[in-house]
Design a protein around this ligand. Structure first.
Ligand SMILES: [Ca+2]
Length: 347
């Protein structure tokens, strides 16, 4: 079985399958569910190993809906964590997750199976992430966060315990290879949802996270739109919780902007020039209003914009210069959209 999985990965990508932790605000936008569907396809292809899935959204339905999707795709064994930290966003309420979880079959029983059952309380991501990270090889884990920075900021704050003698920051520095985020807007000085919902956490992560960071910014995902006419192709068996959630979210005529899957595709497939180009390495930081700015490496030419950025930048003492972001032209956006559709409608 392991041999077959390795072969499947080689056949398609010829690269080692990365180990990832997915952190999601499942339930706010439907693109988290599309990312989950794509992730499950990658698992089946042997392209990725998923260690844990954490919620950055409050409310029981985020984890319950994720459990339903994972169970449907045959990967309900991946541990799920609930939001940690006390600066998190208060974005509870009735969402597509709630409606999908409540669906019943003709006998009145829940329409979708759960692995973890209803009413169970998942562990906090602080504990789950520490436990998972402590068991991994050094510099082997890719964090993929497609929601708020809440859980990553909280993890950095954790202290040595019976799980690991390392602090959260030390554990991340030792075990994590890269943090891939859907966060920020690099094209305009405009707040982006994942950042503005928890500015304190986003500032902390961009300032203190000790590994390289690659972010897929707003202006990329807004151009990668899942075509609504393909929703019917999600899942070979009906009903499918991603398709049901999609219809509950904005109706069946909506072409879903797919910010989150772009980050996931990068995390799994790496630097694929068919889909995107990476910016040079520099420093991304977040101001008090949640605006993200990129400080490019100094390459000799001192422009007025560079000088202004440097003045603002001086107020920041932490200087991780290994931040990059994804850029895509129209051809790359078309290829990325096609890839997303292939992944989400594959079974
Ligand atoms: Ca999201």
């Amino acid at each position: 079985m392991a041999f077959a999985v390795v072969l499947a990965g080689c056949n398609e990508g010829g690269m080692d399958a990365p180990s990832i932790i997915l952190d999601t605000d499942m339930g706010n936008d439907i693109d988290d569910a599309l990312a989950l569907a794509a992730m499950n396809r990658y698992i089946d292809m042997g392209r990725v190993k998923v260690l844990a899935i954490g919620m950055s959204k409050e409310g029981a339905e985020a984890a319950e809906y994720t459990d339903i999707v994972q169970t449907w795709y045959g990967h309900g064994d991946i541990p799920i964590g609930r939001v940690s930290g006390n600066t998190g966003p208060k974005t509870t309420g009735e969402h597509y997750t709630h409606k999908t979880c409540a669906l019943k079959d003709e006998t009145g029983a829940p329409l979708f199976a759960r692995t973890n059952g209803t009413g169970q309380t998942p562990p906090l991501t602080d504990e789950l992430y520490r436990r998972v990270l402590a068991k991994q090889k050094d510099h082997s884990v890719t964090f993929v966060t497609v929601g708020f920075s809440t859980n990553m900021a909280s993890l950095l704050e954790t202290q040595a315990d019976d799980i690991s003698p390392l602090s959260g920051k030390e554990l991340v520095a030792q075990k994590v290879k890269t943090l891939v985020m859907m966060a920020g807007n690099m094209a305009k000085e405009q707040g982006e949802f994942n950042v503005t919902e928890d500015i304190v956490a986003a500032r902390k992560v961009f300032d203190e996270w000790p590994t390289p960071i690659v972010t897929s910014p707003f202006e990329l995902g807004v151009r990668v739109c899942f075509p609504h006419e393909r929703v019917k192709d999600i899942g070979e068996r009906q009903p499918n919780p991603v398709a049901e959630g999609y219809r509950f979210y904005q109706g069946s005529e909506y072409n879903a902007c797919s910010w989150d899957p772009t980050a996931l595709i990068y995390a799994v497939e790496g630097e694929n020039p068919n889909y995107y180009t990476l910016s040079p390495a520099g420093t991304i930081w977040v101001d008090e209003a949640g605006i993200t700015r990129f400080m490019p490496p100094h390459q000799g030419e001192v422009t007025l914009r560079f000088m202004l950025l440097k003045l603002k930048f001086k107020t920041h003492s932490k200087r991780n210069t290994k931040h990059r972001y994804l850029i895509a032209n129209d051809e790359q956006v078309a290829a990325l959209t096609q890839r997303l559709v292939e992944l989400v409608t594959a079974r």
